[in-house]
Design a protein around this ligand. Structure first.
Ligand SMILES: NC(=O)c1ccc[n+]([C@@H]2O[C@H](COP(=O)([O-])OP(=O)(O)OC[C@H]3O[C@@H](n4cnc5c(N)ncnc54)[C@H](O)[C@@H]3O)[C@@H](O)[C@H]2O)c1
Length: 383
C-alpha cells in the first residue's frame, strides 16, 4: 500500500484528540471524525480542521477511501464499531479495553485474523524508549531470575464524590472500572517487559465513593445537590499474582489517590539486578545492583536499538505520552503496509488483557485464587 493512509477517528473525547494528533504526526491523513451526534461531529471536524464530513459511523463504513478506523469511543461501543469496520474491510486501531468481555475480544481478534486486517490496541506505555531499554536488558539476561514484581497505577480524578464519567456505569464502561481502565495497562507492560505470563491471581476490589452524580456522556464534575446513582464499579483494586515462572507480583490500582495523576510505576527485582520505571518520569529509569544503584537517561545515542529507534528527540529534551502515541500509530501503520514492527500490541494482547480482567472479577467475587485463561490466542502475541 503506497501513499498516506486515510484514517477516521470515532469518538472525539480526550483520547480521540490524541489519536488525531498522532495520525498526523506519523504521516497519516486524518480524513474525518465521528463524535456522539452529527452536530458535534461537524463541530469537531471544524475544530480539528478535518476535510471529510461523516455524520455517523455508517457514513465512515460506506467510504471506500477510508482504510483505517480509530475506535476511541466508550468501552461498550468498541466491539460493535470495530467489528463493523473490519467487516467493511478497514484496518482497526481499537482503544483498550478491546471489548468488555474476553469472548468478544476473542471474536474480534479472530475476525481480524480471518480478514487479514490489522487490529492494534494502544497499550502505548510499551513505546517509552526506556521501557524498550529495560526489556532489551531483560532479554540479554541482565536481571536474572525474577524474585518479585511489584508496582501500582494510581490516579485521583475520581476522588471527588462529585466526579462522574460514563466509565462508572457497567453498561458503558464494562463490569470493571479502575482495574480494566488502568490496571490492564500495568499488566500488559509488566508481562511484556519482564517476559512473564500471569497464570493465577487473587484480587479484591473496593468502591470508596458509594454514590456519584447521575448523568451520562463524557467525564464531568458537579457542584453537588443533584440526583445521584449508586456506584457499581470499583475505585480501587489490589491484586496478588503468580507468574508462569513461579514469581509473585503485587499490583495496587486506584482512581482515588490524591495527588497521583497518572502514576504507573513498576519495580522488577531479579537475582542479579532490579529495574524501576515511573511513567510520570519516563526520561530516566533506576537500575539496582547488590553493590549500588544508578539512574539511566533516555538517549538516542545510547543503549538498545529500540531505545534509539523510539527516541524522537535528543537526550534531555523531554518526550513522553504524546510521542508514545505517535510511535504506536507509526508502527500500526507500518504493520498495515506489511511490516512486523517489534512489540506492536495487537488483538491478541487485547484478548490477554480481557482475560486478566475477567480473572480479577471472578477472584474478587469468589474470594479465591483464580486461573487466568491460558488458552492459546489466535493471533500472534507479541513476544
Ligand atoms: N490507551 C490509552 O492510554 C487510553 C487513554 C485514555 C482513554 N483510553 C480509552 O479510550 C476510550 C475513550 O476514552 P476517553 O478518555 O477519550 O473518554 P472521553 O469521555 O473523554 O471521550 C469519549 C467520547 O466518546 C463520545 N461518544 C459517546 N458515544 C459515541 C458514539 N456513539 N460515537 C462516537 N462518539 C461517542 C463521548 O461523547 C465522548 O466525547 C476508552 O475506551 C478508554 O479506555 C485509552
Amino acid at each position: 500500500m503506497n501513499g498516506s493512509l486515510r484514517a477516521v477517528v470515532s469518538g472525539a473525547g480526550m483520547i480521540g484528540a490524541v489519536h488525531a494528533a498522532a495520525i498526523r504526526a506519523s504521516g497519516g491523513e486524518l480524513a474525518g471524525v465521528v463524535a456522539s451526534t452529527p452536530e458535534r461531529s461537524a463541530r469537531v471536524a471544524e475544530e480539528w480542521n478535518v476535510p471529510g464530513r461523516y455524520p455517523d459511523f455508517a457514513a465512515v463504513l460506506a467510504d471506500d477511501s477510508v482504510s483505517v478506523v480509530h475506535v476511541c469511543t466508550p468501552n461498550a461501543l468498541h466491539i460493535g464499531q470495530a467489528e463493523a469496520a473490519l467487516r467493511a474491510g478497514k484496518h482497526v486501531i481499537c482503544e483498550k479495553p478491546l471489548a468488555t468481555s474476553a469472548a468478544d475480544a476473542q471474536r474480534l481478534t479472530s475476525l481480524a485474523q480471518e480478514t487479514g486486517l490489522v487490529l492494534a490496541v494502544p497499550f502505548v506505555y510499551r513505546y517509552h524508549p526506556l521501557v524498550r531499554e529495560l526489556r532489551d536488558r531483560r532479554l540479554r539476561g541482565e536481571f536474572g531470575a525474577w524474585q518479585l514484581l511489584h508496582g501500582s497505577y494510581l490516579q485521583d480524578w475520581m476522588l471527588s464524590e462529585e466526579a462522574m464519567s460514563w466509565r462508572v456505569d457497567p453498561a458503558d464502561g464494562g463490569p470493571s472500572r479502575a482495574f480494566a481502565d488502568i490496571g490492564s495497562h500495568w499488566c500488559d507492560l509488566v508481562e511484556w517487559v519482564a517476559g512473564v505470563r500471569f497464570t493465577e491471581l487473587t484480587a479484591r476490589l473496593g468502591t470508596t465513593v458509594p454514590t456519584r452524580p447521575a448523568g451520562t456522556g463524557a467525564s464531568f464534575a458537579t457542584r453537588g445537590g443533584g440526583p445521584r446513582v449508586r456506584v457499581r464499579t470499583e475505585d480501587v483494586a489490589t491484586v496478588l499474582l503468580r507468574t508462569d515462572g513461579g514469581a509473585l507480583a503485587t499490583l495496587t490500582v486506584s482512581q482515588v489517590s490524591a495527588g497521583r495523576k497518572n502514576r504507573l510505576w513498576f519495580e522488577l527485582d531479579g537475582a542479579r539486578g532490579s529495574a524501576v520505571f515511573d511513567q510520570e518520569n519516563p526520561e530516566t529509569v533506576w537500575l539496582g545492583a547488590p553493590d549500588g544503584a544508578r539512574v539511566l537517561f533516555r538517549d538516542p545515542a545510547q543503549g538498545s536499538a529500540e531505545q534509539r529507534r523510539l527516541s524522537r528527540l535528543p537526550a534531555g529534551h523531554a518526550q513522553g505520552y504524546a510521542e508514545c502515541f505517535t510511535s504506536f500509530v507509526s508502527d500500526a501503520y507500518a504493520a498495515i503496509r506489511g511490516d512486523a514492527p517489534e512489540g506492536l500490541p495487537t488483538g491478541a494482547d487485547g484478548v490477554r488483557s480481557a482475560r486478566i480482567v475477567e480473572a480479577v472479577l471472578t477472584s474478587s467475587a469468589s474470594l479465591t485464587w483464580t486461573d487466568v485463561d491460558p488458552t492459546e490466542i489466535a493471533l500472534e502475541a507479541t513476544a
